[in-house]
Design a protein around this ligand. Structure first.
Ligand code: 5GP
Length: 208
C-alpha cells in the first residue's frame, strides 16, 4: 500500500530565504516534489521557464483560472501567481510530499480545500536581516524592495492559522527542522488509520 503524499505549504516574508531552504531540502531528501507556479511577472535574470515558474500573459493566466486548472491563485505586488493542479495531484498520488512555496492568501485557500495540508511559515530572525537579504539578492530595484518590505508587514497577518513557524537563522538547522516537522506530520494518527485498521483486522484473524 502506498501512502498518498502530503501537501506542504511554505510561506514567509519575501527575503526569508524560502527558495534556498527548499532547494537544499530537495537536494538532501528524495521524497519531495516542488510545485512550479504560474505567474504573470517577468523572469528575473537566471530564472528559467518551467524550472522557476511558468511565465504567462495575463490573458493566459485568466484562462487557466477559468478552466479550473489552478488549486489557488493570488495577486502579489501587481502580478498573478497560481498553483497548477495537475502536477500536484500526480505527485501526491505517486507518494511524494509536494511543497508549495506560496504567499499567505493562497496558503489559506489551500487549507480550506485541503484541511490536512501542513502550513509552515518561515521567517528571518529580524526585520533588519530581511532588508539585508532583499538588498543582497540584487534582483530588485529600491522601489520593488520597498513594496516587498511593506507587503512583509501584511504577510504576517493570518500567520496564527499556520501549523508551525520556523526561524531561518542557520540554513542547515532550518532545513533539518523543516524535514523533521514534515516527517512528523506523516505519523499523525489521523493519517495512519488505514494501517491501524489493517493491524486490527490481522489481530482478529489471529484469534481464530
Ligand atoms: P517572487 O516574485 O519573489 O518569486 O514571489 C512573490 C511571492 O509570490 C512569494 O511570496 C511567493 O511565495 C509567492 N508565490 C509564488 N508562487 C505562488 C503561487 O502559485 N500562488 C501564490 N498564492 N503565491 C505564490
Amino acid at each position: 500500500m502506498r501512502e498518498e503524499g502530503l501537501l506542504v505549504v511554505v510561506s514567509g516574508f519575501s527575503g526569508a530565504g524560502k527558495g534556498t531552504v527548499m532547494k537544499e531540502l530537495l537536494e538532501r531528501y528524495g521524497n519531495y516534489a516542488l510545485s512550479i507556479s504560474a505567474t504573470t511577472r517577468s523572469p528575473r535574470p537566471g530564472e528559467e521557464e518551467g524550472r522557476h515558474y511558468f511565465y504567462k500573459t495575463e490573458e493566459e493566466f485568466l484562462r487557466m483560472i477559468e478552466e479550473g486548472g489552478l488549486i489557488e491563485y493570488a495577486r502579489y505586488v501587481d502580478h498573478y501567481y497560481g498553483t497548477p493542479k495537475a502536477y500536484v495531484e500526480a505527485q501526491r498520488e505517486a507518494g511524494k510530499d509536494v511543497i508549495l512555496e506560496i504567499e499567505i492568501q493562497g496558503a489559506l485557500k489551500v487549507k480550506e480545500q485541503y484541511p490536512d495540508a501542513l502550513l509552515l511559515f518561515l521567517t528571518p530572525p529580524s526585520a533588519a536581516e530581511l532588508k539585508r537579504r532583499l538588498e543582497g539578492r540584487g534582483t530588485e530595484d529600491s522601489a520593488a524592495i520597498a513594496s516587498r518590505l511593506r507587503r512583509a508587514a501584511e504577510e504576517a497577518r493570518g500567520v496564527e492559522k499556520y501549523d508551525y513557524v520556523i526561524v531561518n537563522d542557520d540554513l542547515d538547522r532550518c532545513v533539518e527542522e523543516t524535514h523533521r516537522i514534515i516527517q512528523m506530520q506523516r505519523r499523525r494518527a489521523d493519517r495512519s488509520m488505514e494501517l491501524i485498521r489493517r493491524i486490527q483486522a490481522e489481530l482478529e484473524e489471529m484469534r481464530i
